[in-house]
Design a binder for this molecule. Structure first.
Ligand code: SF4
Ligand code: SF4
Length: 133
């Protein structure tokens, strides 16, 4: 037979315990400390080396020259003309990405930024292709 004292103590214990579930999506979700989310792109840091593209196991990232390039710096008298810095865009195929962060860990310029953004679901297939400039 059940012990009423034990049942009562269990009820009291659970009354003051944090809930095991969260109220998401009605309240913001808090990802775990090491949760791996979407990768962001910091364009001015990118040198177009393509290392991220080579290591991606899912072929989810492309780095291309931007359509608009910054002008060459003004020439300084007595010095050879400095080459214009090339600008790159990043295309991220979120439908293929497995969020391994291998690209960001490999980037020598920290141009790929790790985020905990996970709210990426969409009914529009085109929304799964992000174009970062
Ligand atoms: S997180 Fe992984 S799968 Fe996603 S783009 Fe980077 S390397 Fe590719
Ligand atoms: S994001 Fe980083 S690894 Fe990828 S092309 Fe740019 S500099 Fe190279």
């Amino acid at each position: 037979m059940a012990n009423p004292g034990r049942i009562f103590s269990e009820v009291i214990k659970h009354l003051f315990k944090e809930p095991a579930t969260s109220a998401y999506p009605f309240a913001p979700a808090k990802p775990m400390k090491d949760f791996r989310g979407r990768i962001d792109f910091d364009s001015p840091k990118c040198i177009g080396c393509q290392m991220c593209v080579r290591v991606c196991p899912a072929k989810a990232i492309e780095i291309k020259l931007s359509a608009e390039q910054p002008p060459a710096p003004a020439p300084v008298e007595g010095q050879p003309a400095a080459p214009a810095k090339r600008k790159f865009d990043c295309f991220m195929y979120l439908g293929r990405c497995v969020f391994c962060w291998q690209c960001a860990d490999t980037c020598p310029k920290d141009a790929l930024v790790k985020t905990q953004d996970f709210e990426l679901a969409s009914t529009d297939r085109n929304a799964l292709l992000r174009h970062y400039k």
